[in-house]
Structures are given as structure tokens and as C-alpha cells.
Ligand binder design. Sequence first.
Ligand SMILES: C[S@@+](CC[C@H](N)C(=O)[O-])C[C@H]1O[C@@H](n2cnc3c(N)ncnc32)[C@H](O)[C@@H]1O
Length: 234
Amino acid sequence: MTTLLKKIRARAGNGIQTVLSSAGWELRRRSERHTTPMTLEALSGFLYFVRRFAEIRLLQGDIVECGVGRGKSFLCLAFLAAEENAGRMLWGFDSFAGFPDPTPEDKSPRNPQQGEKISKKEDVVWMLRDAHLGDDFVKNYVRFVPGFFNDTLPHYTGNNIALLHIDGDLYRSYKDTLDTLYSRVVPGGLILFDEYNTVQFPGATKAVNEFFSGKGVEIKHDRLSEKYYCVKPQ
Ligand SMILES: C[S@@+](CC[C@H](N)C(=O)[O-])C[C@H]1O[C@@H](n2cnc3c(N)ncnc32)[C@H](O)[C@@H]1O
């Protein structure tokens, strides 16, 4: 590079630095940049499960998730169950083929489509192992049941349920889960609704409101995570 070119580059570089710094910004090499290892959403999501888990510590029962997807929430639940070491089984239900056909109750600007959100069971298992939960924990305490809820949930073979996490997005998925598994939740057990009160998935809210109508069950709000859940009455 000629000396002149070097000078121009240096000046241009300095110029950019000066302009950026006067506006409160800083120019850095990519290798020097700090990245945020955890987002606020991930942290508050995890804290939500920590708090709910604390509420079932004295209850016996399995953990069931309907809507495993890529396993983000399942990983949180598995991590907490492994740490608790109380011998609870973790059940993950998912088609692993994406959404079934949405119904008119799911109509929203988000416009969910059949076959959306396909994930692979093997990837979730790999993620649990990668998180150092241990092969033995996965083999002994984790069960995935592939298939649509209306086919699989009626054949649930686990113990009664201490915590049921519903993350199936759609009206029928919520309804099938509540119709089939609510009776298996122990008194004092928790039912968590990932999409309650969201604009994207109005069917979830409708199914929950319909199911609990007249049952005298309070739908609680977790302010930090903006999630909703309820406690099964004694
Ligand atoms: C929002 S994703 C789950 C996200 C996941 N819990 C996480 O934290 O990564 C919704 C999942 O529910 C599944 N699902 C929705 N309705 C279903 C149904 N009726 N039967 C089986 N799986 C269903 C979809 O396949 C999809 O994987």
C-alpha cells in the first residue's frame, strides 16, 4: 500500500472514530466486541420456571410439557428437575411435525399455518446431553412422545402430574391437553399457559377461558415474564 493511501485510510478511520464518538458510539474490531451471553427474555423465562418449580417442591408428580418444539422450555424444566433430584419423570409431547390444522379460533395477524414449527426429537435429546444433564438422566428420567396430542395424550402412561406446561399455541392443542390431562394434575399442582393473553395465538386464551369457566380457578400472572398459570384447587 502506498504511503498516501495509508494516510487517507488512517484519516478516514480517525474521521469515522471522531464522528461516532461525538455521537456516543465506539468503533471496535469484531474480536474485541463484548456479546451478551444471555438475553433478558431467556433469563426472565428461566426465572419463571425457577419460581414455578419452587411451588411444587413439596408435591409428588411428574413434569409434562405439551409442545416441546426445539426444547428451550424443556431444557429449563429438565435442568430444574435434575437439580432437584427427586426422581420425577419429564414427559415431552410434540408431533415433531409442526402444527396440526389451525381452527377459526386461531385466526390472527400471526396467521399460524399447518406444518409450521417443525422440530426434531433427536435435536432436543442432543441439546439435553450437550447441556451436561448426563446420558443417565436423559435415559432414566426423560420420555418424548411423538404424535398429535389428540392421539398421544389419551395414552399417557406417566404418574400424576405436578407441573403441566402447555406450549402448543393453538386452540385445539390447548383444548386437547386440558380435556385429557387436567384430571391427572395433582391438587395444588400447576398448569402453565405459554400463549395465554397473546395477540398472536388467541385460540390459546379462548381454550383456557372456556375450560376454566365456572371452575373457580384464578388465572395468575407472572409480571416479570408476562406468562400466565394456575394452581389446581385442593
Ligand atoms: C411454540 S412451539 C414449542 C416451543 C418450546 N416449548 C420451546 O420452548 O422451545 C409449539 C410446538 O407445539 C407443537 N404442537 C402444537 N400443537 C400440537 C398438537 N396438537 N399435537 C402435537 N404437537 C403440537 C408444535 O409441533 C411445536 O413444536
